[in-house]
Write a protein of this length. Structure first.
Length: 238
């Protein structure tokens, strides 16, 4: 083999390694930023796990309130100073739960077409970054359109004789009983879901949910439902 060809052949592996290095230098920081963003998003929506003792106490409190209502007594009013009551409205509970809403929406994806000018290695690295960015944006757009539980966050919850009020996305949101079309307590999972006539479904889950469910079911169906509603069966033996 001529000397010039031997040198060219020997240089190929080093050139390939250099190209890999350029790609890593371009893609490495982007991957790190994506992972950091996902980590922070997860930490914002994470709901702390309860202790067994606290869970037992909350469950017992819901069972006591159920028996209290079945005895013909009215729920005790609690003071809530950062929500203004409507005329004749009484606040019964001020607690906390994880808040989620169920919806999907139309999304569109427009791929980015960048123009990279420079040496071949720079051009290849730029094209690789564009491919990576487009793939990530395409996956995000596809996931964004699927109907699913979204906006999960810790929320203050106030229950009254007229509505359930949640502090979510830095505002108070009212879910009026008059708009409820379906309610599904899954107390074994510490969850309560609502469907409405004019807005997206609501899911609450957490330690205060059994008591919220008792108050809501009693208001929507009457006190007798505390004995017969299948979603509250697990409280009858508590």
């Amino acid at each position: 083999m001529p000397t010039r060809e031997r040198h060219a052949a020997a240089a190929l592996p080093f050139g390939a390694l250099s190209l890999v290095g350029v790609l890593l230098a371009w893609l490495g920081p982007i991957v790190c930023l994506v992972l950091l963003w996902r980590s922070r998003s997860s930490s914002r929506s994470r709901v702390p796990k309860p202790t067994a003792e606290l869970a037992h106490n909350k469950w017992s409190a819901a069972a006591i309130i159920r028996k209290f209502l079945l005895a013909g007594r009215e729920p005790r009013a609690v003071p809530v100073w950062d929500v203004v009551p409507q005329s004749g409205e009484v606040f019964w509970l001020a607690g906390e739960a994880a808040y989620s809403r169920f919806y999907g929406h139309d999304v569109s994806f427009t791929p980015a077409h960048g123009v990279v000018v420079g040496r071949p290695r720079t051009v290849i690295a730029g094209l690789a970054v564009a491919v990576f960015s487009n793939a990530s944006a395409r996956r995000k757009a596809a996931g964004g359109g699927v109907a699913q539980w979204r906006e999960r966050q810790r929320s203050r919850v106030v229950v009254s004789n007229r509505r359930v009020i949640c502090r979510a996305n830095d505002q108070w949101l009212s879910f009026w009983y008059s708009d409820v079309t379906s309610v599904d307590p899954q107390l074994e999972q510490w969850s309560l879901s609502f469907e409405f006539g004019t807005t997206q479904p609501l899911l609450l889950d957490g330690l205060d949910v059994p008591t919220i469910a008792v108050l809501v079911i009693s208001t929507l169906y009457g006190t007798a439902a505390l004995e017969s509603h299948p979603g509250l069966a697990c409280l009858r033996s508590a």
